[in-house]
Design a protein around this ligand. Sequence first.
Ligand code: KG4
Ligand code: ZN
Length: 347
Amino acid sequence: MTSPMVLGIETSCDETGIGIVSGGELLANEIASSVDEHARFGGVVPEIASRSHLEAIEPALRRACGTAGITLDDVDAIAVTAGPGLVGALIVGVATGKALSAALGVPIYGVNHLASHVVVDELQHGPLPDPTVGLLVSGGHSSLLLVADDVASISPLGQTLDDAAGEAFDKVARLLGLPFPGGPWIDKVAADGDPAAIAFPRGLTGPGDCERYPYDFSFSGLKTAVARWVAAREAAGESIPIADVAASVQEAIADVLTARTVAACRDHGVDHVVLGGGVAANSRLRAMAEQRCEAAGISLRVPRPELCTDNGAMVAALGARLVASGVPASPLDFPTTSHLPVTQRSW
Ligand code: KG4
Ligand code: ZN
């Protein structure tokens, strides 16, 4: 039997993604982003995101089929992000997926966005080792996950207590007058800065914190520290060394993320790490994770940057996994939800 052709639809935030996967192979990964329309507001505006998905989804679907060299009649199963995310944005993808499922007479899987961010690496590096610690860092989430039982079980070890890592990058970038989304800008500007220029705080590393919150993160104190540092310089009439601030902030974020990931592996006897989510595209995080994992004897897998940020391939990858594992399809009336626990891979 040939491998099932799985179409993945992603519309949880500001990227309209259509991915097509068959037999572990990525055949198409079309992305239309509305990020430019949000830039002047300094953050994603849900209404604008929903409208943009509506405009972009059908052309993206056509382009994806064209790239993969298939027609919709070749699709064997649909996977669509059901949550977590912006509900109005999710509804566009879910309604499209349900319509396709009904019209084509193929099963549909309403899947978890966070689980997709973890599983996407399989498209590049093959099946995930069992067990693996996942560091999922995006604009909305920062979590350490224990991925076990051949990806059937994804359980949270820790998470951010306040801002997500991507949110911290975006807020600091805004303070420095850099465009939205700020993460890629901080990454770029930091290349010319000194990461040791300013000792910004590492959240939850004070006395007692490591015992109480061994695998959690906190980034709101970092954002406040940067705001104070910048305000003090401005009050003194000094110019702001943007590259040094960016490099020092990036260092602080990469430091806590990688230190806790290695600690989670050590404490749980796990030798494998996978990174996922938009922040996993950060060059310093990737380099530091590589160094620290190598020093600790841990194998590290990081998907290429376009698979880290939101895309349809990751949804198709999870859908293909569910089909291959014989997981029952979702009922056609499954809901969209802004808060879907990472433990629930699909409806
Ligand atoms: O996974 P993603 O595309 O969307 C969410 O599900 O949130 O992640 C978007 C986040 C944004 O906060 C963006 O600034 C951040 O990922 N990001 C980066 C980089 N590329 C994207 N942060 C730091 N360095 C980067 N190179
Ligand atoms: Zn995401």
